[in-house]
Ligand binder design. Structure first.
Ligand SMILES: [Zn+2]
Length: 119
């Protein structure tokens, strides 16, 4: 596993045993809250735990991200990141392409918004 931070954030790599991992089970089974802070930051709460700030987005279509909790610092994986990843897989959240020009992206989101408004 590379710890090199090309372009800022590490790629999200699922642990080999991720389906058995506690963090994954917690993300799936416990009540979770994912609130957007900025285009690439999310405030995440799992069960009755503390809220943590998760950076999550994509780079060239690859999910990238990190969390500020201790679990992530030790394992590069945690229930918070798993929660955002799960929401991303279920298309419950729209994540930003961290390589995209923010102005360009804003224009795209605006067009999306306008289209949805007219539908
Ligand atoms: Zn975390």
């Amino acid at each position: 596993m590379s710890t090199e931070r090309v372009g800022g954030y590490p790629e999200v790599e699922l642990p080999d045993d991720f389906s058995d991992a506690t963090s994954w089970q917690r993300a799936r089974d416990e009540e979770t809250r994912v609130e957007p802070l900025t285009r690439a930051e999310w405030m995440v709460r799992v069960g009755d735990g503390d809220r943590h700030r998760v950076v999550f987005g994509t780079r060239s279509g690859q999910p990238v991200g990190e969390c500020d909790c201790k679990g992530y610092a030790h394992h590069e994986w945690c229930a918070h990141l798993a929660t955002v990843f799960l929401a991303y897989c279920r298309q419950e959240i729209v994540v930003a392409d961290l390589e995209a020009d923010p102005d360009e992206e804003l224009a795209m989101l605006w067009r999306q918004y306008r289209q949805e408004g007219e539908a």
